[in-house]
Design a protein around this ligand. Structure first.
Ligand code: G3H
Ligand code: 13P
Ligand code: ZN
Length: 283
């Protein structure tokens, strides 16, 4: 069942669980995410970054994900991850996405407000949800220290009031990619944000984050948690093993099946950790 982000996150917030948001770029990752969600009876977000869209094509990804989501008994959100290019987001609003992220975190505050408002206006007119970002999530290519990217709680309160976004991604020391040495989640900052911001909060870069930190973040109001790298690592590891184990293997289906299974296992573990197992029926 294809649903909007807004259909799931308020329930998650109320019941103190988080919905896993997993990145896809192809058939096998999509199958792995949906099969895991179905086996765990969990709602789930399937998201595509701009690079994934560049890799596979927006119409192609939309056909794949929406076809599979509509046939599935669990609630599935189809979401643009870190949309920065305006035209990509405008196209997504027509292509079948039920949610978009406008990532204006690299812009000055006023510009971020201005463009987030514009995206909210366009998306809400079509019943589509909007996630925005204030503060910075560090990344492999963004050479910012965790402290530089921290979201200011008072700015976050004003930002949400001004933009009417449905969910807010925050910078609390989280980083994209494999965890960096010394990476530290500022749960005190999250707590302050959650006191002032009364919409669902989103944690990006959650791969490799210790389980106790994830659980603490959920308790404080995080209701969408983004995972990409852990899936990529599981996929790649399975591929290495299968190809090393049988040097004569050449059928792509046989090569990709163990990778799909490995990703599915990781998704199931994350769903269990986030407390969203068995929550499909609540939506
Ligand atoms: O947050 C970033 C996601 O992991 C997407 O990465 O831009 O390489 O597709 P990507
Ligand atoms: P990781 O790759 O660190 O899990 O981050 C995923 C993410 O935030 C996607 O937006
Ligand atoms: Zn992210």
């Amino acid at each position: 069942m294809l649903v909007t982000l807004n259909k799931i996150l308020p329930i998650a917030r109320e019941q103190k669980f988080a919905v896993g948001a997993f990145n896809t770029a192809n058939l096998e990752l999509t199958q792995a995410i949906i099969e895991a969600a179905e086996e765990m009876h969990a709602p789930v977000v399937i998201q595509t970054s701009e690079k994934a869209i560049e890799y596979a094509g927006m119409q192609e990804l939309a056909a794949l994900v929406t076809t599979m989501a509509k046939q599935s008994p669990v609630p599935i959100v189809f979401h643009v991850d870190h949309g920065r290019t305006h035209q990509v987001l405008y196209d997504a609003l027509e292509a079948g996405y039920t949610s978009i992220m406008f990532d204006g975190s690299h812009l000055e505050y006023d510009e971020n407000v201005r463009w987030t408002k514009e995206m909210v206006k366009r998306a809400h007119a079509k019943g589509i949800s909007v996630e925005a970002e204030l503060g910075r999530v560090g990344g492999v290519e963004d050479d910012i220290s965790a402290d530089e990217g921290l979201t200011d709680p008072f700015m976050a309160r004003d930002f949400v009031r001004e933009t009417h976004c449905d969910a807010l991604a925050v910078g609390i020391g989280n980083n994209h990619g494999k965890p960096k040495r010394g990476e530290y989640l500022h749960l005190d900052v999250l707590e302050h944000i959650a006191e002032l911001v009364h919409i669902p909060l989103v944690l990006h870069g959650a791969s490799g984050t210790p389980e106790d930190k994830i659980k603490a973040a959920i308790k404080l109001g995080v209701t969408k948690i983004n995972i990409d790298t852990d899936l990529r690592v599981a996929f790649a590891q399975a591929e290495r093993e299968v190809l090393a184990g049988d040097k004569k293997m050449y059928d792509p289906r046989a090569i990709l099946t163990p990778a799909r299974d490995a990703v599915k296992e990781v998704v199931k573990q994350k769903i269990a950790l986030f407390g969203s197992a068995m929550k499909a029926k609540e939506i």
